[in-house]
Design a protein around this ligand. Structure first.
Ligand SMILES: Cc1cc2nc3c(=O)[nH]c(=O)nc-3n(C[C@H](O)[C@H](O)[C@H](O)COP(=O)(O)OP(=O)(O)OC[C@H]3O[C@@H](n4cnc5c(N)ncnc54)[C@H](O)[C@@H]3O)c2cc1C
Length: 92
């Protein structure tokens, strides 16, 4: 294992995995993710996995819209076979 790198992401939940994914998408290579258990075994494991597209804060709505677009792209990629169903709208 490397002893030095530019970025160390601690925690392999959705937050850490997303951070690592987006850094590498932006071309960062000297990055590592450290997870003490299994990836997504923390709070993320308990999530109902709903990605809503509404909210009171515009930043969060932008983040959610980005996520919905990304999950659709990943689901359509045969190299990343994930189940993702997106229905428009939501009620709370
Ligand atoms: C029952 C339930 C239902 C939910 N449903 C939804 C939903 O439908 N939609 C939604 O958007 N959100 C939902 N959430 C909220 C969502 O699950 C969390 O906001 C999200 O999973 C948090 O992700 P995270 O990466 O911040 O944390 P985590 O998933 O907890 O990841 C943190 C990781 O860090 C690791 N870690 C901690 N300390 C260290 C250390 N010192 N060294 C190495 N690794 C370490 C842990 O092992 C863990 O894997 C739900 C939450 C719960 C509990």
């Amino acid at each position: 294992m490397k002893s030095h790198c530019k970025v160390v992401v601690i925690g392999g939940g959705i937050g850490g995995c997303s951070t690592l994914y987006h850094l590498t998408k932006e071309g960062w290579t000297d990055v590592v993710l450290v997870e003490r258990n299994e990836l997504t075994s923390g709070t993320t494991w308990h999530s109902a996995a709903q990605v809503t597209n509404f909210g009171a804060v515009q930043t969060m709505v932008g983040l959610k819209s980005h996520s919905i677009k990304l999950y659709k792209e990943l689901a359509a990629d045969p190299e990343n076979p994930i189940n993702y169903h997106h229905a428009s709208g939501g009620i709370r």
